[in-house]
Design a protein around this ligand. Structure first.
Ligand SMILES: [Zn+2]
Ligand SMILES: [Zn+2]
Length: 164
């Protein structure tokens, strides 16, 4: 969705409210496409004394696998974002600002970027998830096994670090 902020920049007494569903089914994360349900976006843009501020929330539902034990996970995250929107930058170094020279803000693109940055690098079913046995592959949350836990030389990289 494009938000037309031209009026808001000019007169600015009426806030612009918006609410819609963003389709992120093609967005890849955690090695798959976990966003089967559209993301609910809701927000507003206000002009206070010439400062145009966008605030919005995103409810992101996802279904993926635990990074440790590979069990399915279905969950949702509530995210909130705030940006200052300007028509031109005074200082080139300030990239916290969203620049919309023509007054049109591509909300889909902005929200996709914001959400991607906010997502965790990986998700686990629980912080105490024991993961899979690196030798026999059983889910150690559900079963135990008699495998020798492999050892490694101190000071060298643990080859099983990624699984821990
Ligand atoms: Zn797990
Ligand atoms: Zn084992």
């Amino acid at each position: 969705m494009q938000l037309d902020l031209k009026k808001l920049f000019e007169s600015g007494d009426q806030p612009l409210n918006f609410q819609y569903d963003l389709d992120l089914t093609d967005l890849e994360q955690w090695g798959e496409k976990p966003f089967g349900t559209p993301v609910a976006l809701k927000g507003r843009v206000v002009n206070r004394a010439g400062i145009v501020t966008l605030t919005y929330s995103a409810d992101v539902a996802y279904s993926t696998k635990c990074a440790r034990c590979l069990e399915p996970i279905q969950d949702a995250m509530h995210m909130e974002f705030t940006h200052t929107v300007v028509r031109q930058l005074n200082q080139e170094s300030d990239d916290d600002y969203i620049v919309v020279p023509n007054g049109l803000l591509d909300m889909d693109e902005l929200a996709t970027d914001d959400i991607s940055l906010e997502l965790p690098i990986r998700v686990v079913c629980s912080e105490d998830c024991k993961g899979l046995c690196p030798v026999c592959g059983v889910n150690l949350n559900k079963e135990t096994c008699d495998c020798e836990v492999p050892t490694w030389t101190p000071g060298h990289r643990n080859p099983f670090e990624d699984l821990l």
